[in-house]
Design a protein around this ligand. Structure first.
Ligand code: BES
Ligand code: MN
Ligand code: ZN
Length: 508
């Protein structure tokens, strides 16, 4: 999808050469001074009661005198907040699915607040017109291909526009990989996708195979991969946006390209959806794609342990005990609790980067779907500041999460008679006990865990990846880069104050 940003008054939007106009109408009254055909249409529609005041209410018009685009959809955008703008654009684009509609004018000029609404509108527009085509040759090409975004002040909206573009790139890369069937998204193919991103300046990607992973002593990860004839991959991605000395954020994405459950095999119903079990990995790839466009001043490492979880003569069996890279032994009581087994070794590996924070992202538990549904991602953290930063990033990006507890009592059920721990702890509090398992491998780390089992994809007729939590992660990284910048500029101020008083000895 191709976006273009323009300063446009309502009058200028009326003469825009596009196939359709989608005009966001705020609750706030339209200034009396605006009197062209578009402003008049809006005012009349509101006055006559044809455009109700709820965000998302629409009025579709056709061949309006004085307006160049033959289709005009007016949509209510409430208070003009990001959330209302998203609702409005989603409703508006749904009415604009005509074949031959390629170029859309998205008019935000009547809204007062620019910023967050610009990003949210772009994201909603991309989301509403997204179509998966890779393994579906009969799919119709994406309806809206080109979007002219009209705002009252393009200079003021530029930064949000750039962020919006990068987010859409990242979200769509995540969707693409998550949507691909498992035979078109093997660990090796995921690694190729990462390598491709690695060609961007400032990026470096290393891919480890079974031998290297065995050499590292990742016995838990190896155990999960054993039942599959697809060889595992451990993908290590680097983005350098700040000084070498600046501690990185490490993102760890669960990359199970298909989860049958292994010997503890899953029931047949909806098992196809387990192709989405690499949604965490897809979100790391998507986040790196956004970083490539935004280039924030921060260092980021992406780690993706990737393999299939299959039943086989070679597969790991319930009761088998394996030794993780940390040295702790694990009794694999249920081979379907495989995500934590590949993540625990990746978390141990993460420590070598002396990270400022480590965030793992995983479609980890069905229990999290029961707890939070499809609205909020489950968020766990041992650090209050990290938890607060993630919560805020999610709020700002309209990609919500909710903090869950990590009381030690929840770890009781992980005790084993035959190993340092078991990999499951019964049905109660399943999302939390899974997090407690991971915590045993992150004791020295500023760590957070995002359980995206309920939020990474939709089931039913709208089956498909959501691209979440790319918006949350990108927002967190941008916020973190800004925080870092503020800290280092505070440092600079201190030095120059010293210089002024002449107290500094030695050469500058
Ligand atoms: N990938 C699944 C989690 C999952 C299940 C995500 C349903 C989305 C929808 C994970 O590997 C898994 O199988 N977890 C088990 C854990 C259990 C065996 C302790 C689960 O949630 O049932
Ligand atoms: Mn599983
Ligand atoms: Zn899984």
């Amino acid at each position: 999808m191709n976006f273009e940003l323009k300063s446009l008054s309502a009058d200028q939007a009326a003469v825009l050469s596009v196939d359709a106009l989608l005009v966001l109408v705020p609750d706030a009254p339209i200034p009396v001074s605006a009197s062209g055909p578009l402003a008049t249409l809006v005012k009349d529609a509101v006055r006559q009661g044809d455009l109700e005041a709820d965000a998302g209410k629409t009025l579709a018009c056709y061949k309006v005198p004085g307006i160049k685009a033959s289709r005009v959809v007016l949509v209510r955008a409430g208070d003009g907040s990001a959330a209302s703008a998203r609702k409005a654009v989603t409703a508006g684009v749904a009415l604009l699915k005509q074949p031959g509609l390629k170029k859309l004018g998205l008019v935000l000029s009547l809204l007062e607040k620019g910023g967050a609404a610009v990003r949210a509108s772009m994201q909603a527009c991309a989301d509403a017109s997204y179509t998966y085509t890779t393994t579906k040759p009969s799919a119709k090409a994406r309806a809206v291909q080109q979007v002219v975004l009209g705002v009252s002040d393009a200079t003021g909206a530029r930064a949000d526009f750039e962020a919006g573009k990068a987010l859409v790139t990242g979200i769509e890369l995540a969707k693409e990989w998550a949507n691909r069937p498992a035979n078109h998204a093997t660990p090796a193919l995921l690694a190729d996708a990462a390598r491709k991103l690695g060609r961007t300046p400032g990026f470096k990607v290393d891919v480890l195979g079974p031998k290297e992973v065995a050499g590292l002593g990742m016995g838990a990860f190896l155990a999960v991969a054993k039942g599959s004839s697809e060889p595992l991959r451990f993908i290590v991605m680097h983005y350098h946006g700040a000084a070498k000395s600046s501690a990185p954020v490490v993102l760890v994405g669960k990359g199970i390209t298909f989860d049958t459950g292994g010997i503890s095999i899953k029931p047949a119903a909806e098992m196809d959806e387990m192709k989405f079990d690499m949604g965490g990995a897809a979100s790391v790839l998507g986040t790196f794609a956004a970083l490539a466009e935004l280039r924030p001043a921060i260092n980021v490492v992406g780690l993706i342990p990737s393999c299939e979880n299959m039943p086989d003569g070679q597969a790991v069996k319930p009761g088998d005990v394996v030794t993780s890279m940390s040295g702790q032994t694990i009794e694999i009581l249920n081979t379907d609790a495989e995500g934590r087994l590949i993540l625990c070794d990746a978390l141990t590996y993460a420590a070598r980067f002396k990270p400022r924070s480590v965030i793992d992202i995983a479609t980890l538990t069905g229990a999290c779907v029961i707890a939070l549904g499809a609205v909020r991602t489950g968020m766990f953290s041992t650090r209050d500041d990290l938890a607060a930063a993630l919560q805020q990033a999610g709020d700002a990006a309209l990609d919500l999460c909710w903090r869950m507890p990590l009381d030690d009592d929840y770890a009781e059920g992980l005790k084993s008679n035959f190993a340092d721990m078991g990999n499951v702890a019964g049905r109660a509090g399943g999302a939390i006990t899974a997090a407690k398992f991971l915590q045993k491998f992150a004791t020295e780390l500023p760590w957070a865990h995002l359980d995206i089992a309920g939020t990474a994809w939709k089931s039913g007729t709208a089956k498909g990846s959501t691209g979440r939590p790319v918006p949350l992660l990108v927002q967190y990284l941008l916020d973190e880069a800004a925080r870092q910048q503020t800290l280092s500029s505070v440092g600079t101020v201190k030095v120059s104050a010293k210089q002024k008083t002449g107290k500094r000895s030695g050469k500058a």
